[in-house]
Design a protein around this ligand. Structure first.
Ligand code: HEM
Length: 501
């Protein structure tokens, strides 16, 4: 009896071992049968990290010319897919939108989003869907964008006044600073009902706080590439320290904004604003089906509005003026359009519809200088097939819209600044033309697109209505160097002399 028991026992051990062996063999065959996208040879441990330069969109573009529009890199231990063609972008942003619409849990994103309570940096979740819905309704809807019209027009008047002073003295204007102040003013008035100019926030600090935050969010963190050990390197190299410092200063600023609203200090200008709306929702959270908004969530949402709202708009106005001053023919043609269509001394929002060449200029600027050249990083939510390649769950994904905007299959002489290429073209910003994606596409498309476009068009039209622009004495050209971060902007300030028209 004992002998039979022993025999049965060893038989079951054999059967289990055999099954386990079969399972592992099957798994191995499955992994082996995977067809992965091509990529360059990699180094042990580092993978392809050493191939990413200080301007990643440019390094990745160069690599894609050898390895193709769907490329697999290993950044440290993280499989990373890079998309560099319109056709492949359509696949990931439209056909497989749901599988590609999450964000990776990066170290800097976690900190600045108060542990993923915001819209832009948070992974796909019920919370993300809810807060995006609220912001679309309260801030980004066509009705809301229209309701902020008077704020934008008032800020344009202030911008023109400031430039007129330099114009009468014939001294250069720092257009980078002016554009930044202009978009920051509009954003702060919309977000918390208080102008940034003259509010005590404009002591040079606010600009720097946002700049440092963008740099911290865009910096390469080893924690993200080597999840188990990278944090040690980040501590030793000072990356963690800079991140913490930058977050602490932004947090102190946001806390001040919220406190002022609670104490009714910030409503003096009597403007409806998003902070009041969010605080009201926080108070109402006992109502059935109400979203539980915490104080951290409110700060995370305002942080998004600043980081996503101020920089891309200001950066695009600066690139637009840079391209125009380097292309006097386009500048003159645009000025002629504006000056013959607008008879007042300020372009109003209702005038913009008439300015068709302005719209082409704006599109061309965003084709060549998309503020987020790789969109925001994405992470896959499931395995899927892309042009026959296996794309794994939890791969990081970048869409190089900067490279796509230069694809010779779609764009003739892509490096040339030629707004006329949009004559008779139906290409627009809305994420349906995959050769042109400055605002992204799919579920994660930029919700601030309408607000961004009207703000930039209004600023540009007004800068060109009242002034001619020339380079400061002794300067022959404007430099085009880029500064990398979460968004890419012009590295050196743009200084031009306004000459009254
Ligand atoms: C020139 C102007 C702007 C450009 C070019 C731009 C571009 C972008 C891009 C490329 C993305 C990432 C899309 C993706 O991952 O597919 C994005 C996301 C976002 N943008 Fe904008 N943006 C602009 C202005 C604004 C403004 C004015 C606001 C708000 C005030 C804003 C708020 C956001 C938010 C909240 C997200 C995150 C969306 C999400 O992850 O669900 N943007 N933007």
């Amino acid at each position: 009896m004992l002998g039979l028991d022993r025999m049965m026992h060893s038989l079951s051990i054999w059967v289990v071992s055999l099954l386990l062996l079969l399972f592992f063999l099957l798994l191995k065959t499955k992994t082996h049968n995977k067809k992965l996208p091509p990529g360059p040879p990699k180094l042990p441990l580092l993978g392809h990290l050493h191939l990413i330069g200080s301007l990643p969109h440019r390094s990745l573009w160069k690599l894609s010319r050898t390895y193709g529009p769907i490329m697999l890199l290993k950044l440290g231990s993280i499989p990373t897919i890079v998309i560099s063609s319109a056709a492949a972008a359509r696949e990931v942003l439209q056909v497989h939108d749901l599988a590609c619409c999450s964000r990776p849990r990066l170290a800097a994103s976690a900190r600045f989003s108060y542990n993923f309570l915001d819209i832009g940096l948070s992974p796909y979740s019920d919370h993300w869907r809810e807060v995006r819905k609220i912001c679309v309704l309260e801030l980004f809807s066509a009705r809301r964008v229209q309701s902020f019209k008077s704020i934008r027009e008032e800020e344009v008047a202030l911008l023109l006044k400031s430039i007129s002073q330099s114009s009468s003295l014939e001294i250069p204007v720092d257009l980078s600073e002016e554009s930044y102040t202009f978009t920051a003013n509009i954003t702060t008035r919309i977000a918390f009902g208080k102008s940034f100019r003259g509010s005590g926030l404009d002591n040079g600090n606010f600009h720097q706080v946002i700049r440092r935050a963008i740099a911290a969010l865009g910096s390469l963190s080893m924690t993200d590439f080597f999840p188990n050990v990278g944090w040690v390197i980040d501590r030793l190299s000072g990356v963690s320290g800079r991140l913490e410092k930058s977050f602490a200063e932004l947090d102190a600023f946001l806390q001040q904004v919220v406190d002022d609203h609670i104490n009714f200090k910030a409503t003096s200008q009597n403007e409806e604003n998003i902070v009041d709306v969010l605080l009201e929702m926080e108070r109402d959270c006992s109502k059935p089906n109400a979203l539980q908004l915490t104080r951290d969530c409110i700060k995370a949402l305002i942080m998004d509005i600043f980081i996503a709202g101020v920089n891309p708009g200001a950066g695009t106005i600066i690139w637009a003026m840079t391209e125009l001053v380097r292309n006097p023919r386009v500048m003159k043609k645009l000025q002629d359009e504006i000056r013959t269509s607008v008879k007042e001394n300020q372009v109003k929002e209702n005038d913009l519809e008439k300015l068709q060449y302005l719209k082409m200029v704006m599109k061309e600027v965003l084709r060549l200088h998309a503020p987020a050249p790789l969109l925001l990083p994405r992470e896959t939510l499931s395995h899927f097939k892309l042009n026959g390649y296996d794309i794994d769950l939890k791969a990081h994904l970048y869409v190089n819209v900067w490279a796509i905007g230069r694809d010779l299959d779609y764009w003739t002489n892509p490096e040339e600044f030629l707004p006329e290429r949009f004559i008779g073209s139906t290409i627009d910003y809305k994420g349906q033309n995959f050769e042109y994606l400055p605002f992204g596409a799919g579920r994660r498309i930029c919700p601030g697109m309408n607000m961004g476009i009207v703000t930039m068009e209004l600023a540009l039209a007004n800068l060109l209505l009242l002034f001619d622009w020339k380079l400061p004495n002794g300067m022959k050209d404007v430099d085009m160097e880029e500064d990398a971060g979460l968004t890419v902007s012009k590295k050196l300030p743009l200084k031009l002399i306004p000459v009254g028209y």
